[in-house]
Design a protein. Sequence first.
Length: 258
Amino acid sequence: MIIQTITTGSTLVSSATPDRSTRRWKYAYTGLFQRRSKRIEVPVKCYYVKVSCHSVLIDTGWSKEVVEHGLRHLGFGLWFASEPVMKHGESAKEQLTGQPIDAILMTHLDCDHVSGLYDFDGMEVYTSRAEFDYSAKKRLRYGKLVKGREYRFLDFKPDDKAPFGQSCDLFGDGSILAYLTPTHSAGSVIYRISDADRFALIVGDNGYMKDSWRKGLLPGPLYNADNMRRCLSWLKEQEQQPDCLGIYCAHDRNFARR
Ligand SMILES: [Zn+2]
């Protein structure tokens, strides 16, 4: 298996976004009432995966649109809460020139994951029905970026080994399993990539950074705090498995290119 990390610039967020214990107010992660100089810069990553005979892009990071027109592309609310920082040539589309992609798999539909979809036309894009329905209800959080795209829904089945009891075997050969995880958002998904002897997990914002599961730090935006705690403990256990190649999240600063 090959997992290629694609860093599509970064985002300026409240310190409470990766770790909610840094601020007392429950909604501090929105950045309201916090000076811009106090924001922190975190990378925005997505992953290009080759396993068995499949090539997929998991999440899409920032679109190339944000380089010149961030405010227009996102709308003021999303731009304010997660201001994009990106240079020309850093979008996933620009970095993946010529590489085949069978499908795009979304961990969830927040703007820093879904924005890059605008650079990919005619691709099959998978998400969970729960995430799509939730995004339709929570326009303040998801903004306008989710609208106007066609999605395919992951077909979840009961699975004792899945952290919340449901998985979808994407290609029917066990190489990519999707786990439904109602944690960061109602329909967040973790992807388990495996070949004959190793596996990796691509977790989106289920764990904002490695310390989220290693030290049990709760991120700011949460759909269900108890589920997130449960998921972080599960990730910690998975990381200790001898055949675990790694756990890949979207915003860990230690792995930032910049
Ligand atoms: Zn994110």
